[in-house]
Write a protein that binds this ligand. Structure first.
Ligand code: ZN
Length: 290
């Protein structure tokens, strides 16, 4: 066990060949100084939330600052739930903590496993602690792998082997299973959520962008009265641009982003600042400095 280089008392949990071994607190102090940002220390390190069945789950909250991003983590104590929020170190960290709490609530509100009340043994159910579960037709899980434990899935905070998961899938024999692997910091599935198929073809995104604009423009003029509604409607199109960026080609996404910005700039309007906010969002999505 290595001690932290800086405080010389805590166990070092972050190992960097160049800057040395640090505990999380000292690492953050070092990074904050390096990046010229302040550290957010005033938050509850342990938080508890109820899930959909009113069972309490306790989480440990931690923050790690790195060049370019700050990650807020919630890891369940005595359970497998994990949630994450990613933002830039110079952005509002208190907001990130609120988002993290919200994400925990949303995630806990959704169950992928449904408990079977049948008293007879169901051979393709998932059996955990004298309970039987089947899979819902929409679900989410975290992929976990370690050499010691091999691969397993964390479903509703519970560890499920691939064998058990596979056997539970036989309840849907003959159906299709679509999948989309997403970063832990992406949005989570919540109550009353399904996955929706959405095209990320560049032309389709631009067509939908133009159609959305059409609801608010009169002869290419945007009145200040419709500005916020128009912006809000376009957020969805920018979300599609983000999906293109993540799952499609980055070059295509940059191209679509440029087209969107050019189109927005060509709109006559009587507002003070249109389309500055939208342009900023587009730049953020395609990873350009505004
Ligand atoms: Zn330390």
């Amino acid at each position: 066990m290595k001690k932290c280089h800086k405080c010389k008392s805590n166990e070092a949990s972050i190992h960097d060949a160049e800057i040395g071994d640090f505990c999380l607190d000292c690492h953050n102090e070092y990074m904050a100084e390096l990046l010229g940002v302040s550290i957010t220390n005033n938050f509850s390190k342990i938080v508890s939330f109820n899930d959909a069945e009113r069972i309490v789950h306790q989480f440990e909250i931690s923050n790690m600052i790195m060049p370019g991003f700050s990650v807020w983590k919630a890891e369940e104590i005595d359970g497998g739930y994990q949630f994450e929020i990613l933002l830039k170190p110079e952005e509002n960290q208190v907001w990130a903590i609120e988002q993290l709490h919200q994400k925990i609530l949303t995630g806990l509100g959704y169950k992928t496993l449904s408990r079977r009340l049948d008293s007879n043994f169901i051979d393709n159910a998932i059996h955990l602690k004298n309970e039987q579960y089947s899979l819902k037709s929409v679900g989410t899980c975290r992929i976990q792998y370690s050499k010691r434990e091999n691969i397993c899935l964390i479903v509703d905070g519970k560890r499920i082997s691939l064998d058990d998961f596979g056997r539970a899938l036989t309840a849907f024999e003959g159906f299709n299973l679509d999948f989309q692997i997403r970063d832990l910091s992406d949005e989570v599935l919540g109550k009353d959520t399904v996955l929706h198929r959405v095209s990320i073809n560049s032309n389709v995104i631009m067509e939908r962008f133009e159609r959305t604009l059409g609801w608010f423009l009169e002869h290419n003029f945007l009145s200040y009265k419709h500005k916020s509604a128009c912006e809000e409607a376009l957020f969805e199109r920018i979300d599609e641009l983000e999906l293109l960026c993540k799952y499609g080609s980055r070059d295509d996404a940059e191209d679509v982003g440029r087209k969107m910005k050019r189109r927005l700039a060509a709109i006559d309007n009587d507002t003070d600042d249109f389309p500055n906010y939208l342009v900023e969002m587009i730049d953020q999505v395609i990873g350009k400095k505004s």
